[in-house]
Design a protein around this ligand. Structure first.
Ligand code: ASP
Length: 322
């Protein structure tokens, strides 16, 4: 099959496309994916899994640590009856012998039909996509994007709140280095959301992600504290300060717990708000919040499996609905 331009818009057809950036998705594409995810959820709840991707193989190449994304893609492929090889520790792979990213990807895709890549450098997944024959899915590229996380975040919001239009989403923490919020902000711009960006001044949301949708008239407001913002928030999206991106360990120590969400902090929040986090958390949400019915961060992971199952199916030209 002939592959399209590396970051071609989905434009209603996921087949054989790379999934590199949220910029490839229109509202219609998101609807297609979410309809598939809702149908997949129903099917899996009834039958535990499907045979949709039987005899299809996924290679998961993780150049940077991951627990959730790699296992989520793994279980997603298996739940569709496909098989998976995950290469997590590149220190034990040929990369340690000096092999280039391009060669690693081109070699491993010979065994499989689709490739998921995580890399510590922004843009590295696109570099791999330039030489790859199989569809490449970005599993997080450094401080760049994490499109599949944003898609599962949005699906979680839809399932929990029942709608997506006109909501107020408050993103808190390391908005500079957190790739999940870079993708999520772009995605939410399709729905007329109000976006509050709460961060220390050193870790503000980069304009390169928000300027492209400025023309849509989305309210984007920067804050340094949560007070005043919380009572109007529908989704509180908490992120970890990304220690691995800091050159100065002391600066990380100083900033890492600028915000901690505790039951006390939440007393001014709406009763029907939801609290999300892409995980792992390292102290920014107190475990006492876990029993709050508004906490959605573990559920987010379950929805993630349905969204990733759907993405794998659609990219491989299949649908549970046919
Ligand atoms: N798991 C998410 C990511 O890979 C969030 C995080 O690591 O803080 O970006």
């Amino acid at each position: 099959m002939q592959k399209k331009a590396i970051d071609a818009p989905i434009n209603g057809d996921f087949t054989n496309k790379n999934i590199l950036s949220i910029g490839q998705f229109s509202k219609k594409d998101i609807d297609i994916l979410f309809n598939e995810a809702a149908a997949t959820e129903k099917y899996v709840k009834k039958y535990d899994g499907t045979d949709l991707l039987k005899r299809k193989r996924l290679v998961n190449i993780f150049f940077e640590p991951s627990t959730r994304t790699s296992s989520s893609f793994h279980f997603a492929m298996e739940a569709h009856g496909g098989s998976v090889k995950t290469i997590e520790n590149v220190a034990f792979s040929s990369v340690a012998k000096g092999e280039t990213l391009q060669d690693t990807v081109r070699a491993l895709e010979q065994y499989a039909h689709v490739t998921v890549i995580r890399h510590s450098e922004m843009g590295a997944v696109s570099v791999a996509a330039e030489v790859a024959q199989n569809p490449i899915i970005n599993g997080g590229d450094g401080v760049g994007e994490h499109p599949t996380q944003a898609l599962l975040d949005l699906f979680t919001i839809k399932q929990r709140l029942g709608h997506l239009d006109g909501i107020t989403v408050t993103m808190v923490g390391d908005l500079k280095n957190g790739r999940t919020v870079h993708s999520l902000a772009q995605l939410l711009s399709h729905y007329g959301a109000t976006l509050n960006y709460v961060s220390p001044k050193e870790l503000t949301m980069p304009k390169s992600y928000t300027d492209p949708f400025k023309h849509k008239g989305i309210a984007q407001l920067e804050h340094q504290t949560l007070s005043g913002v919380l009572p109007k928030t529908d989704v509180l999206y908490v992120t970890r300060v990304q220690g691995e991106r800091f050159l100065d360990p002391q600066e990380y120590e100083r900033l890492k717990l600028t915000y901690t969400i505790t039951p006390k902090v939440l007393k001014d929040a709406k009763k029907d708000m939801i609290i999300m986090h892409p995980l792992p958390r390292v102290g920014e949400i107190d475990t006492a919040v876990d029993s709050d019915p508004r906490a959605a961060y573990f559920e987010q992971m379950r929805y993630g499996m349905y969204v990733r199952m759907s993405l794998l199916a659609l990219v491989l030209g299949r649908s549970i609905q046919k």
